[in-house]
Structure formats: C-alpha cells, structure tokens
Design a protein around this ligand. Structure first.
Ligand code: HEM
Length: 422
C-alpha cells in the first residue's frame, strides 16, 4: 500500500525579506523553493548576500569533489567552532587532513564490530525504561535543548554571513552551555591522563591515534574537540535516524512484519550479534529509505571563496552554497514517487543504479561522514533489538513535522504508542 508520510510543502515562489527570515528561523529547510525540487538549483539574493541551493548531482560533485578547494566550510566552522574547536568536522586543509587520517583506523569495520554488544545493551536499556513507565503513549524522542531556536538563529547568521558584532538571540546562553560542556570533557581527559588504565574506549583510541605521516598525536585541546565532535556528530544523527524509522514502521505494518521475520530468521531468536548485521538486509533497506525521506543531516553548506560558476549560474565569492539533502532526496525528476515510503528502492540491484550524488545521507567526497559504518552498524543493531522487544503504532491525530535544526527533528517530539512484547 502506498504510504506518503509527513512532508514539508516547499514555497512555490522563493521567499524574500522578513518572510524569509521568519520562515528560516522556524525551519531552514522550509525556505528551499519548489524550483530546487524540480531543477538543478535555486538562488536567493539580497544585496551582497546570496544563497544558492543546489540539487543536481553534477553540481554537488563539483562542490564536494572536483573543485572542493573553492568551497569551504566557513559557516559550519563559525556555527560549531565555539563548541567543537578545530576538530575533524570544523577544520580545513592540513589540520583537517592529519586528524582525519589519524582517526580513520578507529572506524574500520573490523574495529567496530566489538561495539555491537554495546549497541544492543543500549537498545535493551531503552526497552527497560519503557517497561518501567508503562502507559499507552510515550513520546519516544523529546527534542534536545542546546541547538534549538538559538541554533536556528546561529545558522541564519552564519549562512547569511552577518557581522559578528550584530546581537544574536540566544548567543549568550549558548556560550555558557558550550563552556560547561567543554570543561566537563576536559575533566574527563585529565582524569584519564592521571589514571590511564587499560579501558579500550573511544577516548583511549583517540589518545593512541597517530598521524600516519608525521607520527603526531593529539594534545588535550584536540582531544576535547574530537570527543565532542564524535559525540555531537554521532549521537543526535543516529538517534534521529532511529526515531524516524520507528515512525515509518509504525505506519507500515507490512514492512514491520517483513523485518520481524527477517530478524527472527537471522538471529534464531537470540540476541543480535556482529555476525548478524550484514545479513539483516531488509532492516538496512528500511533504514536507508528512512534516511532518504528524513535525512538526519538535512542541509550541508559550503562558502564559495572565489568567484566561480555553478552550471549556468555565476557564483560570487562569499556566496553560501547549500546542499539541501532533504530536497536532493525528494527531487521530483530524479526519484519515482519521491515522497512515498518504499524501502524496495534499496534492494541490492536497484540501489546499485542510484547515482552517487543523488542519495547522500552521509555526505560525499573526501569529507564524507567518517562514522558512516559505525552509524549503520549501530542503527541496524538497535533497530533489530527494538523490534524484537516491542511493536509501535502511530498516535491518531498527531503527525510529526520534519524541522531542520542541526539534525532533522520531529517538531514537538515523536508521538508513538509502544507495546512491549512479553
Ligand atoms: C545516521 C547517522 C549519521 C549521519 C546521517 C551523518 C551525517 C554526516 C554528514 C552529512 C557529514 C558531512 C558533513 C559535511 O560535509 O558538511 C558527516 C560528517 C562527519 N560525521 Fe557523521 N553522520 C552520522 C553518524 C556519525 C557518527 C556515528 C560519527 C562518529 C562516531 C560521525 C562523525 C562524523 C565526523 C567526524 C564528520 C566530519 C568528517 C570530516 O569532515 O572529515 N557521524 N556526517
């Protein structure tokens, strides 16, 4: 049965002036005009400030790969730099490269499989919390505090490149939250330096990481930067992928049944383990389709640092180039029945035919998500564990609306009814 879950209705005409600002602060993905869902790009210009949204695979490849030295992460660095310092996500050039190379081995599949029991335990913990507070309706995922409304202002200021002295709503409360968070992680590192022990966790591995070329390791500040980066980049994103997936499954009894059968067949009724992950094919197909419709990172942004050309359009230095993953994944000309939920799109032979820069929940090019394998393994293990333990149903009269913050959140939380299995 065809199922079209909640979507954003894009403006038929590009918004301008205050209407643009008001809508951007409410939901930055809702300003992306219809033209971006049907053509190659759409632009917004006001004085010297310009934003271009690109959705054509060829243009995305140009920005993320072929001419990447002309398109830098200036807005992301401005927005997240106060929290994440010069970690992997928020640096450029040589400083980015050595940290990426030093961390890459930690994220190889053979290194990750040891984490599967941790993922399963985390999912079991969620089920236990549900069991401890019975009641029909549970708001599975409440929206998180830090990057809410003030985060949207920050995004607007960074993407529109507004001057830093301009007063910005929420900047001060954000700054003190950032200080507290960095101090807490700093204390963790100091504690570990004082008592090294043998615990093999992410911090231990980061402390051991060396640049393969120079042998350099990370100092305390770089450790804080990257621990917070992995936490911020890895936690919210995977949590949102699972949240939207549970909703889609709650509305699709046929797919839920197919997954339950697959999980029972692959695990034989036992706990999910590392060997099961790649056999859980349908489970992964559902996750991929869920991240197509609700990409946890809904927008990626770069700033042009030189005058250049994107397709037929001239792009001045300083222009923000936004890759709205949400719109790329729902492009009317590139996807059949783009807004409908259909995990069969990711059956192996069909998935192979999807152009590289048309489906990109983890980004693309050299800065593709370093945690992609980690996230897929975590989400698969957790989803399979949750489905072994519980059934989910939508709540009548309450539909979650996708809202872009740093991640794509269900505005107002995710209403789902949970029925635990005995
Ligand atoms: C479903 C889960 C996830 C999604 C959808 C996701 C998405 C993304 C995207 C789109 C980017 C590219 C950003 C850009 O180029 O502007 C990215 C980068 C990154 N992600 Fe993820 N991510 C996920 C999970 C994780 C996890 C689990 C980790 C770490 C444990 C992680 C760590 C990072 C880091 C460090 C970068 C920066 C890489 C670089 O610049 O070289 N992510 N992610």
């Amino acid at each position: 049965m065809r199922f079209v879950p909640p979507r954003i209705a894009p403006p038929a005409q590009p918004l301008a002036g205050l209407a643009f600002v008001a809508q951007f602060v409410r939901n930055p993905i809702a300003v992306v005009p219809q033209a971006a869902y049907e053509g190659d790009l759409a632009t917004y210009e006001r004085g010297r400030r310009a934003i271009v949204w690109i959705t054509a695979p060829a243009l995305i490849k140009q920005v993320l790969l072929d001419e990447r030295e002309k398109f830098l992460k200036l807005a992301q660095i401005r927005l997240l730099g106060p929290l994440l310092g010069k970690g992997i996500l928020t640096s450029e050039g040589a400083h980015w490269k050595w940290q990426r190379q030093a961390s890459a081995p930690m994220f190889r599949p053979q290194e990750l499989s040891g984490f599967v029991p941790t993922f399963v335990r985390a999912a079991e913990g969620v089920v236990e919390r549900w069991r401890a507070q019975p009641g029909a309706v549970q708001a599975i995922e409440r929206s998180t505090g830090l990057f809410q409304r003030s985060g949207a202002w920050g995004q607007l200021y960074a993407i529109a490149n507004l001057p830093r002295w301009l007063p910005q709503p929420g900047r001060r409360s954000m700054a003190s939250a950032v200080r507290a968070l960095r101090a807490a992680v700093g204390a963790l590192i100091a504690e570990r330096r004082a008592h090294p022990g043998t615990k093999d966790d992410l911090l231990h591995r980061l402390m051991q990481a060396r640049d393969p070329e120079s042998g350099q390791s990370m100092n305390d500040e770089q450790l804080v930067d990257n621990l917070l980066t992995f936490y911020l980049a890895g936690h919210e994103t995977t949590a949102k992928a699972l949240t939207w997936t549970l909703y889609l499954l709650a509305c699709s009894p046929g797919w839920t049944h197919a997954l339950e059968e697959e999980i029972a067949r692959v695990t034989g009724g036992a706990e999910v383990n590392a060997g099961h992950i790649e056999q859980l094919m349908l489970t992964q197909q559902v996750l991929k389709e869920s991240m197509r419709l609700y990409p946890p990172v809904p927008l990626m942004t770069r700033q042009a640092v030189a005058d250049t050309q994107l397709g037929a359009s001239k792009v001045r230095a300083g222009t923000s180039v936004v890759m709205p993953i949400y719109a790329i994944h729902r492009h009317a000309k590139r996807w059949a029945d783009a807004d409908a939920f259909d995990p069969a799109r990711f059956a192996p032979e069909k998935e192979a035919a999807i152009p590289r820069y048309q489906y990109m929940p983890f980004g693309a090019g050299p800065r593709i998500c370093i945690g992609m394998g980690f996230a897929m393994m975590e989400a698969t293990a957790m989803l399979a564990t949750l489905l072994r333990r519980a059934r989910f149903a939508p709540v009548a009269g309450r539909e979650p609306a996708p809202v872009a913050r740093v991640t794509l959140i269900p505005g107002g939380g995710m209403p789902l009814a949970v029925r635990l299995r005995s």
